[in-house]
Design a protein. Structure first.
Length: 60
């Protein structure tokens, strides 16, 4: 993974974790993966999609 993709993946994980914290006040590995997957389904940019996939891989 390139450094740029890794940086983007970390940003996406942070965004997902923050959203989960405000939605449910609880973050688990499963809920974070689910949130990342839902973000992936909403995204259209291929570079961001690749970073989201890499972010999901970090937790599998």
């Amino acid at each position: 993974m390139t450094e740029n993709k890794m940086h983007t993946a970390h940003i996406i994980v942070g965004e997902a974790a923050e959203a989960l914290f405000y939605e449910a006040d609880s973050i688990t590995r499963k809920t974070l993966i689910d949130k990342l997957y839902s973000i992936l389904q909403q995204e259209t940019g291929s570079q961001r999609n690749a970073a989201i996939i890499e972010a999901i891989k970090l937790f599998i």
